[in-house]
Design a binder for this molecule. Structure first.
Ligand SMILES: [Cu+2]
Ligand SMILES: [Zn+2]
Length: 200
C-alpha cells in the first residue's frame, strides 16, 4: 500500500514537471511574439488613418433630417455608409461638393464638385473624373436607401490635397436626377435635394 502511493506521487510529480517544461517552451518562443507584433500592426494602422469615423447629417430642402452618412478612412480612401429615408424613388446622382455649407433650399452654398486635380466631370470621361464624383445610388420604392460606397479618390487625412477635411470642409449632395457620368460641368443631375456638411 505504502509503496504504491509513493510510486503514484512520484509519477504525478514527473508528469507535472514534463508538462510545465512543455508549457513554458511554447509561451517563451511563439505566443508572446505573435501578440506583440499584432499590437504593433494595429497601432500603426490607426496612426496612419489618424481620423475617427465622421457622421454626416443629411437634410432635405425643407431643412428636415432625412438620414446619415458615416465616413470612415480605409486603405482605399473613404468608405461611406449611407442610410437615408423620405427620398424620391429611383436613380440619383451623389457627389462630394467643394464647400462644407448646406443652406436650404437649393444648397448652392456647397459650391461645385470637389475637384482638387482640376479634372473634368464624369466617371466615364477620359479627361475626368472629379475626385468628388461617385456612382449613382438607387432609392427603393419606399423612399429608403442603404448603400456602402468606397470613394477611392478622396481621403479623411488632413493636409492632403484630396482631403474632405480641407479648410472650409466639403459636402455630400444628392440630386433629383441621375448622373450621366459625362456631361459638363456636373453630369446633368438636376436640383440638389439633400445635403450634408462634412466637418470634424
Ligand atoms: Cu452634386
Ligand atoms: Zn463631378
Amino acid at each position: 500500500m505504502k509503496k504504491t502511493n509513493w510510486v503514484l506521487t512520484l509519477s504525478f510529480f514527473v508528469l507535472f514537471l514534463f508538462l510545465s517544461a512543455c508549457g513554458s517552451t511554447n509561451d517563451g518562443a511563439g505566443d508572446d511574439d505573435d501578440v506583440e507584433s499584432g499590437n504593433e500592426t494595429d497601432t500603426m494602422e490607426q496612426e496612419n488613418r489618424s481620423v475617427e469615423p465622421i457622421d454626416v447629417t443629411l437634410k432635405n430642402s425643407d431643412g428636415d433630417n432625412v438620414g446619415t452618412a458615416e465616413l470612415e478612412g480605409v486603405d482605399e480612401g473613404v468608405k461611406m455608409t449611407l442610410d437615408a429615408t423620405h427620398l424620391p424613388p429611383g436613380t440619383h446622382a451623389i457627389h462630394f461638393h467643394e464647400t462644407g455649407s448646406c443652406e436650404a433650399p437649393d444648397f448652392k452654398s456647397a459650391g461645385d464638385h470637389f475637384n482638387p486635380t482640376e479634372a473634368e466631370h464624369g466617371l466615364e470621361n477620359t479627361e475626368g473624373p472629379h475626385a468628388g464624383d461617385l456612382p449613382n445610388i438607387e432609392v427603393a420604392e419606399d423612399g429608403t436607401v442603404k448603400d456602402e460606397i468606397v470613394a477611392d479618390m478622396v481621403t479623411l487625412e488632413k493636409g492632403e490635397d484630396n482631403s474632405l477635411l480641407d479648410g472650409d470642409g466639403t459636402a455630400l449632395v444628392i440630386h433629383a436626377d441621375e448622373d450621366d457620368n459625362k456631361s459638363q460641368p456636373a453630369g446633368d443631375a438636376g436640383d440638389r435635394i439633400v445635403c450634408g456638411e462634412i466637418a470634424e
